[in-house]
Design a protein around this ligand. Structure first.
Ligand code: ZN
Length: 220
């Protein structure tokens, strides 16, 4: 289990390059352990840097291999030379914090829409996180009658409170993970804040276009 799940609060990690993996014309590194979250589920790859023997290499991106295990692409002409070497990983913490807050906010948004409607709804057509906001796009028919002003108010009431967020791995398949907040459990392999209070104030921006309703969550 990569350290980013068990210790999302870690900013640095001493590890080693276990393997190099050629994908297309790129060479990726597999670390013994990693704090770099691989992109997936609408969440962006972490940002950060890798240093080895006094040289720092920016992290270009981190992806999942076919088994769901993370691989890192670094800005280096010869990443294969790092095979077996000790490396120090440094995370871009502000970027990660924003991603975790926005991603968790989208779960909260979906939960509140379902609570408001009184029944489960289908997943958004699109769910994505940009640099400083995140959004879910629903079919208009799915969210018909939802008062998003009220949802925004309820979200802010929840993100001001000490409410734990718990995640864990499936016993049989450790790559399959769950997220739980209050009485809602959903499957999700993303990374999240550990308490809704970490999110703080949010605002919602929503607009309907071509039969779809886009709801943006912004922090602050
Ligand atoms: Zn999630």
């Amino acid at each position: 289990m990569p350290a980013y799940y068990e210790h999302p609060e870690w900013n640095e990690l001493d590890t080693a390059v276990k393997e190099t993996v050629a994908l297309g014309d790129q060479i990726y590194l597999r670390f013994e352990d990693t704090i770099f979250y691989a992109q997936g589920g609408g969440q962006k790859s972490d940002r950060g840097s890798i240093s080895a023997e006094g040289t720092a290499y920016p992290l270009i991106k981190c992806i999942k291999d076919e088994h769901g295990d993370p691989l890192a692409l670094i800005d280096s002409e010869h990443p294969e030379e790092l095979l077996g070497k000790k490396v120090h990983l440094t995370l871009d913490r502000p970027f990660r914090e924003t991603q975790m807050k926005l991603h968790t906010s989208l779960h909260l948004l979906h939960m509140l829409i379902e609570k408001h409607l009184g029944h489960d709804i289908e997943n958004p057509i699109t769910s994505d996180i940009e640099e400083d906001f995140a959004f879910n796009k629903y079919k208009n028919a799915v969210v018909e009658g939802v008062d998003f002003q009220m949802i925004a108010q309820e979200m802010n009431e929840l993100t001001a409170q000490d409410i734990p967020v718990v995640t864990w791995s499936d016993e049989k398949d450790p790559h399959f993970r769950y997220w739980k907040c209050m009485d809602t459990t959903i499957p999700c392999g993303g990374i999240h804040v550990k308490n809704l209070k970490e999110i703080g104030p949010v605002s919602l921006v929503f607009h309907s276009k071509k039969g779809n309703m886009t709801v943006q969550v912004r922090l602050g």
